[in-house]
Design a protein around this ligand. Structure first.
Ligand code: 76U
Length: 472
């Protein structure tokens, strides 16, 4: 007879689950042998003093999972299953090196992060209103998930195409737009539609997450240094890549705004051979100071060689995860051949909310307001840095975007400054993060200062903490 024990009913585990679990374990341990007959339901119920229904439920579950089989008018028999150590119910303790430290509260920290935007200035009410409109008007899109186009919802792409034409001079049809949850993801899908055996080139210093991602796709990737106009033409000629990933509006991270002369050199370079392309990452182009925004590279391209990429991470919130790219028509054809099976990665409700947010004019209103807010933060920050550091600081790349780069006249190393910054409760990122090859490593410590999440009233204190981290 089976040695089944029913626990204290107070434990609140269903009786049928207890029977099921114990029989299953005994089968796996080969305490019950293959083809052994289980006691009849009535017998077992009587012995354990429980209802036949409970035994029946346990047997049915064992049957459904394939631990026992049934023979009509005879009963249930143990399946032939290899002996197997019964897994412990409790999870194994997590190896110490895998434990994630609890996230620190950063309430009294000051942030120079280039990654954050400011949640306090985001128009949540208007966003929620757009979401409500989306929920009411587009229920079909929401429940009919699998039918969505791999490139994203058409009406959303139409709205984005309209916006890009006004704000960035990008010429495109909605058909050419591909949405995706992040720039990295989009670049990854691109790797598979660009010419085979391509050699990629990335800016150095540059966006390390794209560099690493390209390498992880087994692409050949070269790093190319910068001169005062951006990506060095000499180095392109010497290293001979056929795909360039660049950030001409505001080089990431140095902040160089690429002048027309270099843009035209690069476009001519791309037009020179069939397998050449330029990936223009226009990540923070909405924000330009003291003059209007500079038209995109894509708007100048008459060879159909520029793949334009953008994101709502800087203009709205990075947590939305809505980014997009605009494919030249011949690459669009490749994308459709190669990626027809892909499901869109952007959340449908977020896509539709974004569409309403843009169509209602709220997006442009928000950008206009943020331009003023960021302009003020930038000016106050630059003034305060000049005031506090005098000629011991050098600032670069502050004409656009939401960050610039500062270097200091100091003997202190990155390590010490970063440690002191942490002590000062100052979120600060060093430029060493962005140097992709050994030989681009600058000797003087330099830091990227983001001001998107830095309210004006915190700037003086932020700069004071920075001064202490560097000099005291
Ligand atoms: C994005 C560049 C050069 C795009 C960026 C960023 O995925 O669309 C930086 C770091 O939100 P996504 O990416 C936007 N192109 O720098 C944003 N920067 C990253 C996220 F904040 C991180 O790791 O230093």
């Amino acid at each position: 007879m089976l040695s089944i024990q029913i626990n204290d009913p107070e434990k609140k585990e269903y009786i049928y689950r207890q029977i099921y679990q114990q029989i299953k374990d005994e089968i796996l341990l080969h305490h019950y042998l293959p083809h052994q007959k289980l006691p009849s339901k009535r017998e077992l119920a009587k012995e354990l003093n429980i209802s036949v229904n409970s035994v029946n439920a346990a047997y049915q579950q064992l049957f459904a999972e394939g631990y026992v089989y049934a023979i009509e008018r005879s009963g249930f028999y143990v399946e032939k299953i290899d002996a197997f150590p019964v897994p412990d119910n409790a999870a194994k303790p997590l190896d110490p090196d895998l434990i994630e430290p609890p996230s620190q509260s950063k309430a009294d920290w000051i942030s120079f992060s280039h990654m954050a935007t400011d949640a306090t200035t985001f128009p949540f009410d208007q966003w929620l209103r757009s979401e409500q409109k989306a929920l009411k008007a587009e229920q079909f899109e929401l429940h009919d998930g699998l039918l969505h186009h791999p490139q994203g919802i058409y009406s959303v792409r139409k709205t984005i195409a309209g916006l890009l034409s006004i704000t960035r001079g990008v010429k495109c049809y909605p058909e050419q737009i591909v949405l995706g949850a992040g720039t990295q993801f989009l670049v990854r899908t691109l790797v598979h539609i660009l010419p085979q055996n391509s050699t990629f080139a990335v800016e150095d210093p540059g966006y390390q997450r794209i560099y690493q991602m390209l390498k992880s796709q087994h692409a050949e990737v070269k790093t190319i240094g910068l001169d005062d106009k951006g990506l060095s033409i000499d180095e392109i000629n010497w290293k001979n890549p056929n795909i360039l990933y660049i950030t001409p509006s505001h080089q990431f991270p140095t902040g160089i705004v690429m002048p027309a002369s270099r843009r035209i050199q690069l476009l001519n370079w791309a037009g020179h051979a069939e397998n050449r392309y330029i990936l223009e990452d226009d990540y923070d182009s909405e924000f330009k100071y003291q003059c209007d925004t500079i038209p995109s590279l894509q708007s100048l391209d008459s060879f159909d060689k520029v793949i334009y990429m953008g994101t709502f991470s800087k203009s709205l919130l990075p947590g939305l995860r809505v980014s997009y790219m605009v494919l030249p028509q011949h690459l669009l054809r490749k994308f459709r051949e190669r990626h027809a099976f892909l499901l869109q990665t952007c959340n449908v409700l977020t896509q539709l909310t974004l569409q309403h947010f843009i169509d209602s004019g709220e997006y442009q209103k928000h950008i206009k307001r943020m331009k003023q807010i960021y302009e003020e933060r930038r000016t106050v920050l630059i003034d305060e840095l000049n005031h506090r550091f005098g000629n011991r600081i050098k600032m670069e790349g502050a004409n656009a975007g939401l960050h610039f780069v500062v270097s200091f006249d100091t003997q202190r190393s990155y390590r010490i400054i970063n440690k002191r910054a942490e002590f000062e409760k100052l979120e600060l990122y060093g430029m060493q993060r962005f140097y992709l090859s050994e030989n681009s490593f600058s000797k003087k410590p330099a830091f990227i200062l983001g001001f998107a999440n830095l309210p004006v009233e915190r700037i003086r204190e932020g700069v004071a903490r920075l001064y202490r981290a560097v000099y005291e």
